[in-house]
Design a binder for this molecule. Structure first.
Ligand code: GLY
Ligand code: MN
Ligand code: MN
Length: 439
């Protein structure tokens, strides 16, 4: 992502802020996995969106109209000793030279410097609750200023949620963001194709996970956007299954929900296919329903439709499909009204997608589903899940868990499926797994 992109975002945010205000945003903290071992660091998406800065121990402050510079970055001082152990970090010079900061101070001096930046301001844009330790520090700085009220110090009287402004910006993807998202989706699609080709009975689920990770990294995506779900048979009916430990069985389906993260942008793809390369009659019957539901939902992604239209389309097809195979009985309208499909399809049809896999942005405005607009990206991911615990359902349907998920951009004309590079039609999947098709 180029520097202008971050500059443009900060400018947009500062234009939305009221006069006499300041915005404060801390970087994500480093987290400990276990004694002396840290989790791989991932910057907070809001912070990265505005700064492009991926170090921890940093705070950005934006003060529209400040004479000495509007964009301030507190970060670690350059320290040759530490650089020897952990590699170099930007320091104050780097923050200005490479990250476009107008002004940069050592993070260790923030207690002395930041309260002065609040002085004389009316309003602070800050998101409470994300970083409880930092919340306390900020309240401490404001209280310190309040104590000086008699000396004529003007303290901000109002705290306003920063994420409200920021998340509305993040919801609409720029051409640069879409470039990264298209690439992330392409990489993931290719990895899913590899997983289909490598799958066979007797492998452990994590061996297929390894194929996905290998493919992501070989293609330049170092991280996943979320923990991969690789669930065979009954495990495909567990929505958040990430154990990925079991042996894949001949005759079962395999559900893979996995996506690469590229340049801090997520992809999120699910495919379901037979471990042995051939769908059984029951698997195929349910799969065709989910696929029809997914295609109908994707068709409903277009400007002017509202957020819930794709979900409604999917629910209708799934309900009618479950009726057609005898798993539901009655009128489709009544079955939808009574939510009779819910034991089979219990989740929603999608979510916003962006820097976070479950990305930010309101789904309703004034209590009404919001309209889809060009530049928004969402997933479309209906499913049918029949665990063995559904004792009223004939056992031939048991342990079939199916979800099909694609990443879809709303365009002026309708939509663009970003993750189209991995097949989802039954014959295409079977051909790919049989080595008869290239992907
Ligand atoms: N992979 C998370 C989701 O599909 O929502
Ligand atoms: Mn997913
Ligand atoms: Mn998803």
């Amino acid at each position: 992502m180029n520097k202008q992109e971050f500059f443009r975002r900060r400018k947009q945010l500062m234009e939305m802020m009221d006069p006499g205000s300041v915005a404060i945003l801390p970087a994500a903290p480093m987290r400990i996995r276990n004694r002396d071992v840290e989790y791989q660091y991932r910057q907070d998406s809001d912070f990265y969106y505005l700064t492009g800065f991926s170090e921890h121990d940093a705070v950005t402050v934006m003060i529209p109209g400040r004479e000495h510079g509007e964009y301030i970055l507190f970060c670690r001082e350059h320290d040759p000793e530490k650089a020897l152990w952990n590699g170099p970090h930007a320091g104050q010079e780097g923050a200005v030279a490479h990250f476009g900061a107008d002004d940069s101070f050592p993070i260790d001096d923030i207690d002395d410097i930041l309260p002065g930046m609040l002085e004389g301001k009316d309003r602070v844009y800050y998101t409470m609750g994300n970083h409880p330790d930092f919340d306390q520090r900020l309240i401490g700085w404001v209280n310190r200023l309040r104590k000086q009220a008699r000396a004529g110090v003007h303290t901000p009287g109002e705290f306003v949620a920063l994420d409200h402004l920021l998340h509305e910006l993040r919801l609409f993807k720029s051409p640069e963001e879409l470039r990264a998202m298209r690439k992330a989706a392409r990489i993931s699609a290719k990895a899913h194709c590899r997983a289909m080709k490598k799958c066979k009975p007797g492998l452990r689920e994590y061996q297929i996970e390894a194929e996905l990770l290998y493919s992501f990294m070989q293609q330049g995506a170092r991280f996943t956007a979320y923990s991969s779900i690789v669930g065979g048979g009954a495990n495909g009916c567990i929505l958040h299954y990430i154990d990925n430990q079991d042996v894949l069985q001949d005759g079962d389906l395999l559900l893979i929900d996995a996506g690469a993260e590229l340049e801090h942008y997520a992809s999120d793809i699910t495919r379901t296919f037979p471990v042995n390369g051939r769908f059984s009659k029951e698997q195929r019957a349910l799969y065709e329903i989910v696929l029809e539901a997914q295609l109908a939902a994707i068709e409903a992604v277009r400007p002017g439709n509202h957020w819930n239209d794709p979900h409604n389309a999917a629910v209708r097809v799934i309900t009618a499909g479950l009726k057609s195979v005898g798993l539901l009985k009655g009128s489709v309208d009544k079955l939808i009204k009574s939510e009779a499909y819910k034991p089979f399809y219990m989740h929603r049809t999608g979510h916003w997608l962006g820097m976070d896999v479950h990305d930010v942005g309101d789904y309703k405005i004034d209590d009404e589903w919001r309209l889809l607009e060009p530049g928004m990206v969402l997933t479309v991911e209906p499913g049918i899940y029949i665990g063995a615990s559904m004792s009223k359902v004939a056992s031939k349907w048991h342990n079939i868990g199916i979800r099909i998920e694609d990443d879809v951009l709303v365009t002026k004309e309708g939509h663009e499926v970003l993750s189209a590079g991995v097949p989802k039609a039954v014959d295409e999947i079977e051909a790919l797994m049989a080595g008869k098709a290239k992907a």
